[in-house]
Design a binder for this molecule. Sequence first.
Ligand SMILES: Nc1ncnc2c1ncn2[C@@H]1O[C@H](COP(=O)(O)OP(=O)(O)OP(=O)(O)O)[C@@H](O)[C@H]1O
Length: 582
Amino acid sequence: MQICELRQSLLDCDGHALVLGGPGSGKTTIALKKAVVRINSGLAPGQSVLFLSFSRAAVARLGEAMKQEVPKAQRSQLSMQTFHSFFWALLSTHAYLLGVPRKLRILLPQDEQVEYGSIRSRDRNPQNPEWRAWLERREEMFRRDGRIAFDLFARNAEVLLARSQHVRRLITQRHPLIIVDEAQDTDAHAWRCIELLAETAQIVCLADLEQQIFDYLPGIGPERVDAIRQALVPLEIDLGRQNHRSVGTEIALFGQDILAGRARGTPYVGVSCFGYDPRRRPQKAALRMALGMLQRAIKAATGRYGRNVAILTHSGASAARISAALNSEPKPVRHKLAFDEAEAMLTARFAAFLLEPKAEATRREDLALALELLATSKAAAGLAAATQWRGWAARVRQGREPRAQFVQAVAGVIDSVRSAAFTGDPARDWSSIKRLLRDSGDPELLTAAKNLDYLVAFNRGRRISAGLGAIWTRDGRYTRARDALDLALAQDQILGGVDDPPGLQVMTIHKSKGKQFDGVIVIREGRHDGQRQVSSFVWWDDTPPYRRSRKILRVAVTRSRVHTLILEHFFPRCPIFAGHNL
Ligand SMILES: Nc1ncnc2c1ncn2[C@@H]1O[C@H](COP(=O)(O)OP(=O)(O)OP(=O)(O)O)[C@@H](O)[C@H]1O
């Protein structure tokens, strides 16, 4: 890699720095180089360069990039973490200074969701007394029981760092250089933490305001980059519109034109569009054709098929529909769906419960508990059935077992696991639970079995297996399997899952941020805005000239290295695409 003068100035700089630049301009790459230079200049034993990112996805990509940019010998001196894992480590060691219990536990998102699931998403705001009451209860859980929700991490880390110079020193002595990825998306608390650490550590912020697509979240806004400038007075280098991701294509230029609202009216190298009429051609057929076109385009450009490709959608519901269309017979297409995990995690707790030893004497309690666990996962999905199932659980406890088919099916499963001989191999035993659920023939239990598949798809299996295996080795049965599962999931949400699998992935545009694929299909369809069908590229509440929508679409189209294909319904027409001729 050529190091230009601009990049060299970053490598030479001892003070704070701010690296700006568009998608694929090389911010991450040069920051990793900077880390290597710092490591080579000598770190004391126990010291490392800290690279902070928002999502595990971004850390996963960093891991990939690191393999290219950082020599093996130095990798252990580079600590790549998400903000969450960094704050968690900080809080779990020092939060007692805030007067909370010494032993902290994480309030998992799926458990939080159970608490507030009944409040509609649009009512989850500080104006709503019900929501405020939940926030207070959540705060109380932290103060009294040491159970802390992810959302409280940054705020409490800030209080801790602000109060204790000692803790600040401990961190900056360990990490003399801190690199902050996607610094434009730090909220006020996370940013204040960095600012406090900047007193005694060197900070390098990477930012691109034009990729700020999480600005609907509280505390995130365009003011952050100015705040960085004011607080750090950094050396500023701007990689501008350099494009190293999709060299030889005009993908970055296309993204730029989308953002600027410029329609040049001629095709772009590396970008194509496949429009279809959903009344004539079903989506599942169009999807398969589009995947073929994408892979052929990648092969034509590079001589080989793409290693990883993604289908990007505007909403989670749309991602789920695409996934279902890909799964449809006769030729299902293998893929991974990045989806809302709460329901699946809670179903896993039900499965863990089924693994726990059971006795005839506790049948009634077991059945009631099973119904409650299932109700909890329903509640997380915001489904009304939860209330009814909880009612049934209460009746079971009173000795009045409802005749409802669902209750009978669950009772059947409980009866079968009581006599099941588990093998001690968690993977096999987990599969036999799934089989039992499927064999029950009940549609709800079938959904539960499917949710368990998702966990495997998400690579959550390994840590869960290890936890369950350890219990079996100790006890010869799965005593308190649910605790082991919770522990595995908590670890996983903070530390784990840092891989970027090959193959096809389906996800929302927001989830794709910071990722890179050989090829990308961006789905455009219709979405109902309450009055009529509008293009799904037009974001909720956005108005001409559609700044927000353009920003988001640009993030989507610039995720690919070789080819981006827009798969679109002919109708409704899209104002953002008007004048383009792809
Ligand atoms: N100076 C360079 N010369 C050649 N290739 C480079 C250079 N810098 C980066 N690359 C390559 O370009 C691609 C994108 O770079 P990188 O991920 O660093 O960009 P980025 O600015 O962090 O992107 P984004 O903001 O979209 O996450 C990578 O595959 C990287 O290996």
